[in-house]
Design a protein around this ligand. Structure first.
Ligand code: NDP
Length: 289
């Protein structure tokens, strides 16, 4: 079946351009707009139509996709165009906080616009490739109606009508990723004075951390069960990371990433939970000091 939905895409940064390219490859009539001129040239060669203004772009498409820098830029572009958007469908793939996604969903509802929010779990080069994933929440009807189009970019997962959910999962997954990355950088900094290159360390860290992710499910079971005394866990006393902080200092490097983990542990030790499992540090996070 030939795809027929005329699509508009606002924002041709690295991500917007990758999204547009996948739509064009699949044969969607695609109108694009970007604040700075020149970014559409390669897409025009692939069949895109360039609009001179965001208003012209919106009026050309039934499904309007925005992939701009941040929440403020989305409002800056869309606020004056609410009357043009009325009766159309808006898909926001700009990274926003959950509360910002919810705020935009309310804004859209007041403007008579069907709204779906998305969180992209991929870099531009992964769009349309295996391994890319996009998380969605907001209108179930929009997700269902445009599912085939969404699947052109990535595997698509829908979380529910609360427009903030996709962003919540997105931020939770990225929070986990950034702390892992910081942990890798810390390890690389520790071994550097011993003449170990960061790439050499990477070749050891990748299989090690991959193996360690096997522990997530067990942590999950303990956390969901709410009993940190279940036998067989590494205790918080055993997990005391003071020596890691001293070893970092002896290498002449900072210890911030591991010191952060130690603070989470210490609060549970101070509260008398030393004999309980490591997963208990989630309580330090759930109940900030
Ligand atoms: P870029 O920095 O490459 O592009 C930003 C885009 O936003 C450009 O088109 C820019 O226009 C436009 N823009 C910025 N401010 C305004 C404004 N005030 N009014 C109008 N247009 C504006 O970013 P990406 O394309 O990489 O990212 C876009 C979104 O996708 C972001 O929210 C990002 O978090 C998200 N994302 C990106 C990923 C990535 O790996 N790149 C991964 C996952 C999500 P101009 O060309 O005129 O500057």
């Amino acid at each position: 079946m030939t795809p027929v939905t005329p699509v508009t895409l606002l924002g041709l940064g690295a991500m917007g351009a990758a999204l547009a390219e996948a739509l064009l490859k699949a044969g969607h009539a695609t109108t694009v707009w970007n604040r700075s001129p020149g970014k559409a040239d390669a897409l025009v060669a692939q069949g895109a139509t360039v609009a001179a203004t965001p208003g012209d772009a919106i009026r050309a498409g039934e499904l309007v996709i925005v992939c701009l820098f941040d929440h403020a830029s989305v409002h800056e572009v869309l606020d004056p165009l609410a009357p043009d958007l009325a009766g159309r469908t808006l898909l926001n793939l700009t990274t926003t906080k959950p509360e910002q996604a919810r705020e935009l969903a309310v804004w859209a509802a007041e403007a008579g616009v069907a709204y779906l929010d998305g969180g992209i779990m991929a870099v531009p080069g992964m769009i349309g490739q295996p391994g890319a994933s996009i998380l969605y929440s907001g209108s179930a009807e929009v997700f269902g109606e445009h599912r085939a189009l969404l699947d052109l970019w990535a595997s698509s997962t829908y979380f529910g009508e609360d427009a903030g959910l996709a962003s919540l999962y997105d931020f939770a997954l990225l929070s986990a990723m950034y702390v892992m990355f910081a942990g890798f950088m810390h390890g690389a900094a520790m071994v550097a004075p011993a003449g170990v290159s960061a790439r050499e360390f990477a070749s050891m860290a990748a299989p090690w951390l991959t193996a360690m992710t096997g522990g997530f499910d067990g942590f999950g079971e303990v956390i969901d069960g709410g009993d940190y005394t279940v036998p067989g866990q590494q205790s918080l006393e055993f997990s005391n990371l003071g020596l890691f902080i001293e070893a970092s200092a002896e290498q002449g490097v900072g210890a911030e990433p591991i010191a952060m983990v130690q603070r989470l542990i210490q609060r549970q030790l101070d509260a008398g939970h030393g004999g309980e499992g490591f997963a208990r540090i989630i309580e330090s996070i759930k109940h900030p000091a």
